[in-house]
Design a protein around this ligand. Structure first.
Ligand code: ADP
Ligand code: MG
Length: 208
């Protein structure tokens, strides 16, 4: 997977986030402040523009620029969190011109660690971590088990979906939704839902 692959992934995220904007907004209206769709749409549109204006030469540089742009453009919690994830992934991939699925898995693990450290959320707190962490784990396991790239990324996407679903009945313990206490239970977390879009975009890009 080269810089063009990672740029195509970002383009696919931007497309999916624009298409899913209303749904993400609706989820955030229920347990937050109804801006998650707008935040990510604005953020990833800006990322796509930044990558087009000055195409980076390596996967690491693509993800680092994407993360930096997201942090700059998105005021909500999700901007710094996803931005940090992408920047940590970029740092983990270094300056290699091409990366393997194993290296991508390790980078995703580093990205999740960055989100945990910045936001202080663990699995079960009903945040994006509930989808991100199982996705990274599934990708690592799938690569270790010898699955082909497309199958490994399908497993990561499925784990993100399962994680988002598992978090629905939980009570939020981090972020705005935690202000609702018990009333946050029974709703899908918007950040977990957008993580599913991001992992689905990765699988789509790899199998196109
Ligand atoms: P804001 O909450 O500032 O309005 P967004 O609506 O864009 O920002 O993003 C909300 C999502 O961010 C939540 O659904 C949750 O998944 C995620 N989130 C919020 N706080 C944290 C945190 N401390 N750690 C991990 N994820 C978080
Ligand atoms: Mg919000």
């Amino acid at each position: 997977m080269d810089a063009a692959f990672f740029t195509a992934w970002i383009d696919e995220i931007a497309r999916a986030v624009t298409a899913g904007r209303e749904r993400l907004t609706r989820l955030d209206a229920a347990i937050g402040d109804a801006d998650h769709g707008a935040n990510l749409d604005r953020g990833f549109t800006a990322v796509r523009e930044a990558l087009a204006a000055k195409p980076p030469a390596t996967p690491g540089a693509v993800l680092t620029l994407a993360g930096t742009t997201l942090i700059r453009k998105v005021g909500g919690a999700s901007g710094p969190l996803y931005g940090t994830a992408l920047r940590q992934m970029g740092a983990a991939l270094g300056s290699a011109p091409e990366v393997t699925a194993g290296e991508l898995a390790a980078a995703l693990e580093a990205g999740v660690a960055g989100v945990r450290k910045l936001g202080g959320a663990e699995e079960g707190d009903k945040t994006m971590v509930d989808a991100l962490a199982p996705a990274a784990r599934a990708l690592t396991a799938a690569v270790a088990g010898g699955l082909k790239d497309g199958e490994a990324l399908a497993a990561a996407r499925a784990a993100a979906e399962e994680g988002a679903r598992t978090a629905v009945p939980l009570q939020a313990r981090k972020g705005r939704a935690s202000y609702l206490g018990e009333r946050s239970a029974g709703h899908e977390d918007p950040g977990a839902a957008s993580t599913v879009l991001i992992l689905t975009a990765l699988h789509t890009t790899a199998t196109r």
